[in-house]
Design a protein around this ligand. Sequence first.
Ligand SMILES: C[S@@+](CC[C@H](N)C(=O)[O-])C[C@H]1O[C@@H](n2cnc3c(N)ncnc32)[C@H](O)[C@@H]1O
Length: 735
Amino acid sequence: MFMFINLSQKRLLSLGAYLKRMGRRNRNVNKFAQRKRERREQEKNPQEKPAGDTRKHYEDIVRENAAFEEYYKVQKVCPEEEWSIFMKTLKENLPTAFRITGSKCEADGLLKIVKSEYFSELLNVKLKVEGTDEEEEIKPINLPWYPGGLAWQLRLSRTDIRRSEPLYRLHNFLVAETAAGGVSRQETVSMIPPVVLDVQPHHKVLDMCAAPGSKTAQLIEFLHADEDKVPTGFVMANDVDNSRCYMLVHQAKRLNSPCILITNHDSAVMPSLLIGDEQNPSSTKQLKFDRILADVPCSGDATLRKNPDIWLKWSTGNGNNLHGVQYRVARRGCELLAVGGRLVYSTCSFNPIENEAVVHRILQEAGDALRLVDVADMLPGLKYRKGMTHWRPASKDMVFYDKYEDVPEKWQTVVRPQMFPPKPEDVHKYNLEKCIRILPHQQDTGGFFVAVFEKTKPLPWEKEETSIENNTEVTEEKKEPPKKKRRMGGYREDPFVFFSGDSEDVFPSIKEYYDLQADFDSTCLLTRCHVGKKKNIYLVSPIVKDVVQRNETNIKIINTGVKTFVRCDNKNMVCPFRLSQEGLQSISPSIGPKRRLRILKEDLILVLQNDNPSNPPDIKLFSEHTQALVKDFATGSCVLEYRDGESGLQLTLVGWRGVHSLRAYTATPDTVHYLRLLGADHSKYDINKFKKASDVPDADVASTDVSEIPETSSLQENGANNEDITENGAQSTSS
Ligand SMILES: C[S@@+](CC[C@H](N)C(=O)[O-])C[C@H]1O[C@@H](n2cnc3c(N)ncnc32)[C@H](O)[C@@H]1O
C-alpha cells in the first residue's frame, strides 16, 4: 500500500496582493520573539505552516519577471524550443540533494544503509500533486558524475521532506548525519566545481570566496582521499565577510581536518603569502596554489528555484555591477595560481556578463599563459550547454548593445568595454565553448556556470618565480593589484601559539600518558592563548603550521587546527588533558598501545547506547574480552577502537576508563552515526515529531530529538559541555 504526501503547492498571488500583504507587516516586530512563538505554535501542530514563516512568503511570491525573460531570450541562453520548459522548471521548488562523506569505509557503510533502509522506504511513498489526480514516484537519482556514486538527488524539496510524516525517518537521518559529518546536503550543481578542480592530497588549495563552505567541505574531502596518511597539501578557505567565516569554521569542525586554514580577506587584493621552500629549507618562497576555486559573488539568478525572492528584485543592473569584482577576484586567483595549476571559476548565475565576459576578459589579458580546459570527461552523464561565444550587454533600461561605441554616455560607467564578446574573427582564440552552463530543466536542478582554467606559464605581468633567502624579499608581480586600505572587521582573533617543542610545559605528561610515538611533531600543536593555563590544544599539519607562522601578520587568520586535547583537571588523571573526538583521527596513529582499547562490537554498542554521562555502563556488563583488556588499564581518557574484518569498517572513538565503568565521549549525532554504522538500535533518537509526546511510549528516554538538531549547530561531546562531571564527582574544566 502506498502512502501519499502532498507536494507543497505554489499559490501564486498577484504582485499587488503580495505587496499589500508585505505592507501590513509590522516593521518593529521582534523577529526572534516572533519566531519563538511560531515555533511553539508549530510544535503544537507540526502539520501546519508557521504563520510568520518566511517560507510562506516564498510560496506566495509571484514567480515571474518580464525583464528576466526578455533579457535571457535576447542572450539566447536557452534554445527557443526549450524556453517554456526552462521557465516552467525555474518556477518549481528545488529537489533535495545530498552526498555521503567521511572516510571510505564509513561512507561505504552509510551508502549501503541509505540504499537499503531509507530508499526502500521511499519506494513505498508516492507524491500526490495537490489539485490534480497525478501521482509521482520518488525514485532517488544517483548522480552519475559524482565520484564513488556518493551523491543523490531526490524528487522532493526540503519542505516536502520536513513536513511529511511518512518521511520523518529520512528527515531525521539527514539532519543527524549532517551534524555528524556523515552527509552533506548540497544542491546538485553546486557539487560540480570541486569535482572538476581535481584536488589531490598533495595540493595547496585556495577557496577564494568560500562561505558558507559547502564546496570547501568537498575540497577537504578530496584532499583526504588517501585515508591512511595526513595530506601533505592543505585548503585555505577565505571569505571577505567576517561573520560568514564562522560558517567555515563550523564546516571545518564537522570534517575534523588538521589541514584547513580559514582566512578573512578581500580575495581581489589577497596579499602574496609565504611558504618554506621544500628544496631549500633555509629559504622562503611565494606561496602559489595548485588548485584555486573562485566561486565568486553573483546575482544568483540561477538559484531562483531555491531563492524565489530573486524574482522580485531581478534586473540587468545586478550582473553589470558584479562583473568588476568577479573579474578582480578571478584575476588575482590566476596570479596566485602555480604554473601547471588549475583554477575553477563558477557562479550560480545564467548571465554571460558574470560568466563568459569575465572569462573572456581574463583570457584576453593573459594571452597564452592561460587556457580553458575541457572537463566533459570528468562529468559523465551530466547534461549541460556549452559556453556562449556571443552575448549582448544591456543597460538597466533594457537597451541592448552590440558595441561599446553605442553605449550612451550615462551608461558608460556601468556597461564597460570589457563586457563585450570577442569579435567573430577572434572567437576561435578563446574556446569559450569549453565553459559549462547548466540549465534547470536539463536534469531538474538549479542552474550553474563553470569555467576551468589551466595556467601554462607565468602571466605576462608576473616575474619568473624565485626562491628568497632568509625572508628578505618576496617574488612579486610587476603589477600587484592596488592595495586597498581595508578595515579589519569582526572580532579580534585569539593568537595562534605553537608549542616550542617537546619541552613545552604540558607536553611531557601528554607524551608519557598517551604513549606518543617518538616521531610525533609536538611543534604542530598550538593553543589560542599566550598566558594562563592551556585549555584546548589544537593540532595542525606541518604545512599549515608553516603557512600560519610565516603569514600571521600578513593576513587575518580566523581559525585553524583540530581540537585534540582538552584540559580535564580530574584527580584520576595523571595527565591533565583528555582526548577530543574532533582531533582523534589525526592524533590516533601517534597514540601508543598504553592508551588504546580494541573492543568487541557488542561492547561498543553498549557504550554508545548508554550515553548518559552520569550513569556510564559498569565494566561488569562488558564481554569477558573487554573486561580482561581493561583490568590493568589505567583510568582516564583513551582510544576505543573497533575493526570489522569482513566489511572493513574501522571506528575510532574517544573513551573514558572510569574506576568501575567504560564510556564513550561522543556528541549525540556521532553516537547515532556510529550506532547506525554498527547496525545497532538507535530508535530512541529517531523521534517522530508528528506524534504527540504522549503517543510515544518512551519519549522521555530520548535525550535528543535529532530533528531538533540545527543544521549548523556546533555540537559538543556528551559530558564535555560546560563542565565534565566524572563518575567520582570531580570536575574538569573543558571549554
Ligand atoms: C557564492 S558565495 C560562495 C559560496 C561558497 N563557495 C559555497 O559553496 O558554500 C560568495 C561568497 O563570496 C564572498 N565574497 C564576496 N566578495 C568577496 C571578496 N571580494 N573576497 C572574498 N570573498 C568575497 C561572500 O561573502 C560570499 O560568502
